[in-house]
Design a protein around this ligand. Structure first.
Ligand code: NAP
Length: 252
């Protein structure tokens, strides 16, 4: 069975590892190409956009794809919407693998907003020391709020100066741990954290660290994605792919 996994997340990598040794599944993992050195997965992989909905539908037909698993980041809303439309066009079943969002816990001081622009505004007029755990491409949104000092954590070293006049950069790739993130926030004397509600374990350390330090978190809610079948675990995806069936049940 030819399977396309739309990736760019730890969950997609876990799924790729889980199907790697299944001779029945011929899966290809697709990366957008945002990180410079993606971890090579143990299955076939490709890099780059498909060229919109039509491009993805063409790819599905040309590659004879029988199932698509959308394991992209919950904030990668465009590719997810494209997958819904392209799979409908090419009549290919689609399943999303999506971690549940983080929930507010006792001690959390969240300020929930709908997008990063609102997050930048929620920091207020007075200068503050801010931790931005939002990725490189969205930093521009904070450029107009240059009264603040920012600590920015990035996967790759920045190739160009950041659009923030007062920014310190930490280059690191998750998963992160709570004690490490607590030390990072305390050392920087961060007063507030900006995060997107990605959910999952890989990036939750900063939220727990902010709770430990009683810091407010400006939490960006997830963007809208059109309705599609959705599960939360790799095991459920494997069941959908028929992985839990015996060879006899599969008619092999
Ligand atoms: P996006 O806005 O939803 O997608 C923009 C365009 O990038 C899509 O229209 C598509 O181009 C291409 N694309 C996205 N994911 C792709 C994939 N897995 N394979 C092939 N093409 C893909 O996505 P984004 O927010 O820029 O995120 C890009 C990638 O980074 C995603 O794969 C996502 O899983 C990963 N990621 C994103 C975030 C985040 O915060 N957004 C965080 C961690 C990882 P075409 O229209 O040409 O097909």
């Amino acid at each position: 069975m030819r399977v396309l996994i739309l990736g760019g997340t730890a969950d997609a990598n876990r799924l790729a590892a889980a199907v790697a040794n299944d001779a029945r599944i011929d899966a290809v993992l697709s990366y957008a190409g945002r990180t410079e050195n993606p971890t090579p997965p143990p299955i076939a992989w490709r890099v780059g956009g498909f060229g919109g909905i039509d491009g993805l539908a063409d790819y599905l037909r040309a590659e004879n794809i029988a199932r698509v698993v959308d394991a992209t980041h919950p904030f990668a809303a465009q590719v997810s919407a494209h997958a819904v439309a392209a799979c409908a066009m090419a009549a290919v079943p689609l399943l999303a693998l999506e971690r549940p969002p983080w929930q507010r816990a006792p001690g959390d001081r969240w300020i929930e907003v709908d997008d990063l622009k609102a997050a930048a505004e929620a920091l207020g007029a007075a200068p503050r020391r801010v931790f931005l755990g939002i990725g490189r491409v969205h930093l521009q949104t904070f450029a107009a709020h240059s009264q603040h000092a920012y600590l920015v954590r990035l996967v790759d070293p920045p190739r160009a100066p950041l659009p923030l006049p007062d920014a310190e950069v930490i280059v690191a790739r998750g998963p992160f741990d709570r004690a490490g993130d607590r030390a990072m926030l305390a050392n920087y004397r961060a007063e507030i954290v900006v995060a997107r509600n990605a959910g999952g374990d890989a990036a939750s350390a900063k939220i727990e660290a902010a709770r430990d330090l009683a810091l407010p978190v400006v939490m960006v809610r997830r963007p809208f994605v059109p309705a599609r079948a959705k599960v939360e675990t790799v095991a459920e995806v494997l069941r959908w792919l028929g992985h839990d069936k015996t060879p006899a049940e599969r008619g092999v």
